[in-house]
Design a protein around this ligand. Structure first.
Ligand SMILES: [Mg+2]
Length: 388
């Protein structure tokens, strides 16, 4: 099997005005993603997806990545990842056995590589006639999901989070900064309301999107202990690993982070600083299946669990399901409760989620088929995703 073309298609999913709301990230007016297609001479096509700036991602895929992949066999997925990551020095990198990356080690280049890697694994597993998670080495065929949302202001958090538990989720996540802004007291009020709504036995996690400073994060973490919070996610900027370790040492609440880290090298730095209890690589950013598999193994050696970050597009949720089924140290998977048709209405087949448990797809590859109208419906709209 040989790769004959790699295509990148920008996509957008506008949020209708009545569903738009302001958070610490601004007001989200649309979700963007790039659909990646790896075509082969055997008629099999792999699909992947990238997150990031669509016009830039499409340029990287078409100008930098497609030329190095043409004529290659997708079965050699590790080799193709190394070709993309090491650029012009991929040959000596493989011959000598150490990485020799060029300039595109992070950022949008890695986001493009991740999207292509997902498509390569999809077509590789299709060729093998098995689902991706089985091609990776299956650890399970179902996993506990957690409902990820929780933006409601004040005491309304009780009803919002309680609603997730009522759907059957045994774990739920809320945002530290609600629609009513941030203060430590307000967050505690919302967390107390959420705990009332879900009862004592459902796990509760909180996510600050990296928006706090170190001292505020420590003060909040200590107060969260009485609410039996299962993890405090991205309390501070992802650029400060020593600072995150300081937060972790100051509290008994486990620290989760990783959705904005690139490659195993960023995770190695997090692990060296002893900054994290739960690693959350995003398959669209960390480097696709190939690199997350390495990150999962490194994390397991440190006793760190994996909870993949899953957001943005149906292809990425599907890929995250397969990763969760394949990594032994993955204990839970994010299931978005946000407004996201590009995640939930992209495929012909529905996701198999029952009583908060996510079940593995059974068809070869990622196991999902794009709806006929998907490209027309999610046509790209220029402009930023957030308005602040
Ligand atoms: Mg998060």
């Amino acid at each position: 099997m040989k790769i004959t073309a790699v295509r990148a298609i920008p996509m957008s999913d506008p949020v209708p005005p009545e569903r738009q709301h302001r958070t610490d990230l601004g007001t989200k007016v649309k979700n963007d993603a790039v659909l990646v297609m790896v075509e082969t001479d055997e008629g099999l096509t792999g699909i992947g997806s990238s997150l990031g700036s669509p016009p830039v991602l499409c340029g990287v895929v078409e100008h930098d990545l497609e030329p190095v992949l043409l004529g290659e066999d997708p079965i050699f997925s590790e080799r193709l990842y190394e070709k993309m990551y090491n650029g012009s020095r991929w040959k000596p990198a493989l011959e000598r056995g150490h990485a020799q990356p060029g300039d595109g080690r992070r950022g949008v280049t890695m986001e493009a590589i991740a999207g292509v890697d997902i498509a390569i694994w999809d077509v590789k597993a299709k060729k093998l006639g098995i689902p991706v998670f089985q091609a990776l080495g299956a650890a399970r065929d179902s996993i506990r999901g957690y409902a990820s949302g929780g933006w409601a202001p004040g005491d309304e958090a009780e009803q919002e989070l309680g609603g997730y538990a009522a759907k059957g989720f045994s774990a739920v996540k809320m945002r530290v900064v609600g629609r009513d802004g941030f203060s430590i007291e307000n967050t505690l009020r919302r967390v107390a309301a959420a705990r009332r709504g879900i009862g004592p036995s459902v796990e509760l996690m909180v996510d600050a999107h990296g928006s706090l400073d170190i001292s505020t994060a420590i003060r909040l973490a200590r107060r969260l202990e009485e609410f039996d919070v299962d993890w405090f996610e991205e309390p501070i900027s992802p650029d400060d690993h020593p600072g995150l370790a300081e937060v972790r040492r100051s509290t008994t609440v486990p620290i989760a982070t990783g959705e904005r880290e690139f490659t195993r090298f960023d995770f190695e730095d997090l692990f060296l600083h002893r900054a994290v209890d739960i690693a959350q690589p995003d398959i669209a950013r960390a480097g696709g299946f190939t690199e997350i598999r390495r990150i999962a193994a490194m994390a397991s050696a440190k006793g760190i669990r994996l909870a993949p970050h899953a957001w943005g597009s149906g292809v990425l949720f599907a890929a995250s399901i397969h990763m969760a089924m394949a990594a032994p140290n993955c204990h839970i998977l994010e299931v978005s409760q946000g407004y996201m048709p590009m995640m939930n209405e992209l495929f012909v087949e529905p996701y198999d989620i029952q009583d908060g448990t996510v079940h593995a797809p059974t068809q070869p590859g990622l196991g999902f088929t794009l709806r006929e109208d998907a490209l027309e419906r999610f046509k790209y709209i220029p402009g930023p995703e957030f308005v602040f």
